[in-house]
Design a binder for this molecule. Structure first.
Ligand code: NAD
Length: 258
């Protein structure tokens, strides 16, 4: 199937997890992919994965929290592939020093907001004109189920940053709805990726998190990539402004079965 045939897709955080799986899947569906990551080595690795599977990709090293870098990554996409149709603002961090309002430092708050919230804003700021010039497209912003639910093990900066992503997504969806740009948020549940596994670094911590997931397992980056592909493609032609939960049921659970 070629659900993204003829499309150019820029993916941030493409060096790992959801971003890497999405780069590979989007390319398999016909997209030319711009793999953006802060980590030069992993961005190149992802681009190589795409190319060795027969796809087209370039790697761009960029910090999404930098205005200059965000502008540069979009320019790199249009220069390499002549346009931009899909912008997947997916890069994000979850800092181990992010806690409750007393324990979280201003520095951790600022760092988290800069990457997770401002990074998405900058991606949209520079991505939208390029998408408009290319005749329209789809923006997917990675939020999280935590933007919808409070947790007794808090990460206030992370949670607030993802709440900002939902609000920004909603507003941009409304602003650009008649210009052929759909804007949606992807809200993953807890995943078996480096980001969360580094934090839940013991079996006991993982078990305690899984108690809340009706499906009783962590999600996979591939499962998020499939959801992102749906939002990126024409299959989602009437879908905009949504908070697309892909979370094993966690946001619907009050008490889970044994
Ligand atoms: P990951 O850590 O595997 O990948 C994140 C990638 O983003 C890394 O390659 C990292 O180098 C890159 N990155 C970090 N800061 C960057 C910056 N300033 N500029 C450019 N790239 C940067 O994580 P993942 O699980 O694939 O997470 C992807 C997104 O999904 C994040 O926004 C995360 O908050 C969100 N999310 C993850 C989970 C989970 O359980 N893993 C749950 C909900 C939401």
């Amino acid at each position: 199937m070629d659900r993204l045939s003829g499309k150019v897709a820029l993916i941030t955080g493409a060096g790992s997890g959801i971003g890497r799986e999405s780069a590979v899947l989007f390319a398999a569906e016909g997209a030319r992919v711009v793999c953006v990551d802060l980590n030069e080595h992993t961005a190149l690795e992802t681009a190589d994965l795409v190319i060795s599977a027969g796809g087209e990709a370039i790697a761009v090293t960029a910090d999404v929290s930098s205005d200059r870098d965000s502008h540069r990554m979009v320019d790199a996409a249009t220069e390499a592939f002549g346009g931009l149709h899909v912008m997947f603002n997916n890069a994000g961090i979850m800092h181990s020093d992010d806690g409750d309002s007393q324990s979280t430092s201003e520095a951790i708050w600022d760092l988290t907001m800069n990457i997770n919230a401002k990074g998405v804003f900058l991606g949209c700021k520079y991505g939208i004109p390029a998408i408009l010039e290319s005749g329209g497209g789809s923006i997917i912003n990675t939020a999280s189920f935590v933007a919808r639910l409070g947790a007794a093990t808090p990460q206030v900066a992370y949670t607030a940053s993802k709440g900002a992503v939902l609000a920004l997504t909603r507003e941009l969806a409304v602003v650009h709805a008649r210009q052929g740009i759909r804007v949606n948020a992807l809200c993953p549940g807890p995943l078996r990726t480096e980001l969360l596994m580094n934090l839940l670094d013991t079996d006991e911590k993982r078990r305690r998190r899984l108690v809340h997931v009706p499906m009783g397992r962590f999600g996979l980056a591939e499962e998020m990539a499939k959801a992102a592909l749906f939002l990126a493609s024409e299959d989602a032609s009437y879908v905009t402004g949504t908070e697309f939960l892909v979370d094993g049921g966690i946001a619907s659970a009050y008490v889970t079965a044994e």
